[in-house]
Design a protein around this ligand. Structure first.
Ligand SMILES: [Fe+2]
Length: 346
């Protein structure tokens, strides 16, 4: 088995492949690592055949849909998942066949209703059901501490204790563990009586994960995160450096339109000399009137350099083929001590 563990912060994802057939699967891909999965698969001569989420993640952004689209592979989740982008629902006892490699599905609900673990040869991918020295929490949507107890003590811990444990999360840089080590040392697994286990899980009082709203919205729907929208826009536009723009402003480049897409108040407080105001929210409404010549060179700017990227991408889509975005924003421009002007332009 070809095997790669890819850590993103505390999120663990995995590329598993079959050496003989060159088929592979990615387990719990994370949104910022799509190029890495593709590169690792290419390096090892693998074709990604399946993209698998062990459960609906509430705390990070799944790349399943995006990765699956790029490699034309199905998204695989447990049948209890309600996410509409799932192409292949699996159930307890099913196998996902990756070349000669077999991924055995165990339904292990508790952290979420759709949680599953996958056994492959000498290891088990436990998702957030069993973590190293911990378990998944049960207080987020569809969590159930009684179900977690049954999944752990009734299923996972009954497997071969020599199995290596690869979880979906580990925040302390430990790559893996074994079932035997977890049975011996994992503090939560020392509470072996069902009611006591439920009482312990229900009294944890954990804080909410940072991105829970956006993670659940995008992971449950296959929709895009704000970071994805920005990355997609950025991939469609060239940028202009702040130094380049400063030089052009100082030379009085007659071909260049500096388009400030912030709100009027921010523009009037301080803007790049000669900049034209067109707030992002009014771009489509005022574009014909304010930017009559689509052949002009336009550089968009905003406070942080994000909205200006979206604006430049929108302008390109509308036919302004020379629209670029400032690499940076007004905040960085001011911090660099570059020239600004208050009020309205004459
Ligand atoms: Fe999770």
């Amino acid at each position: 088995m070809l095997f790669e563990q890819i850590a993103t912060g505390g999120c663990q994802s995995y590329l598993v492949g079959c050496r003989e057939t060159c088929a592979a699967a990615v387990i719990d891909p994370e949104a910022s690592q799509v190029d890495r999965y593709l590169a690792l698969a290419a390096r090892d001569g693998l074709r990604i055949r399946y993209v698998i989420d062990t459960h609906t993640h509430a705390d990070h952004f799944s790349a399943s849909r995006q990765l699956a689209q790029e490699v034309h592979a199905p998204v695989v989740m447990h049948r209890a998942s309600t996410a509409p982008m799932v192409d292949m629902h699996v159930d307890d006892g099913d196998m996902v066949v990756v070349g000669r490699l077999r991924l055995q599905v165990l339904h292990t609900p508790g952290h979420t209703r759709d949680s599953m673990s996958l056994v492959a040869e000498d290891r088990v991918f436990t998702g957030d059901t069993l973590l190293i020295g911990g378990t998944g929490r049960t207080d987020l949507p569809t969590g159930d501490s009684g179900a977690l107890y049954d999944s752990l003590f009734g299923k996972l811990l009954k497997l071969d204790p020599a199995l290596l444990v690869f979880p979906a999360h580990d925040y302390r840089g430990r790559g893996h563990s074994t079932l035997a080590a977890e049975i011996a040392d994992n503090p939560r697994l020392q509470v072996r009586e069902r009611d006591a286990f439920i009482a312990m899980m229900d009294s944890l009082n954990l804080g909410m994960p940072t991105h829970i709203t956006e993670a659940l919205r995008t992971n449950l729907s296959g929709g895009k995160t704000v970071a994805q929208m920005l990355a997609e826009a950025a991939s469609l536009v060239p940028f202009m450096s702040m130094a380049q723009l400063k030089a052009r402003v100082e030379q009085g480049d007659p071909d260049l339109i500096v388009l400030d897409v912030r709100e009027r108040e921010a523009y009037q407080a301080a803007h790049i000399p000669g900049a034209q105001l067109l707030p992002r929210g009014q771009l489509e409404l005022r574009v014909n009137q304010d930017l009559p010549d689509p052949t002009r060179r336009i550089v968009t700017c905003c406070e942080l350099g994000r909205i200006s990227t979206l604006a430049a991408a929108t302008l390109r889509q509308m036919g302004f083929q020379r629209a670029v975005a400032l690499d940076g924003g007004m905040q960085a421009w001011r911090e660099a001590g570059y020239p600004t002007r208050p009020g309205a332009e004459p």
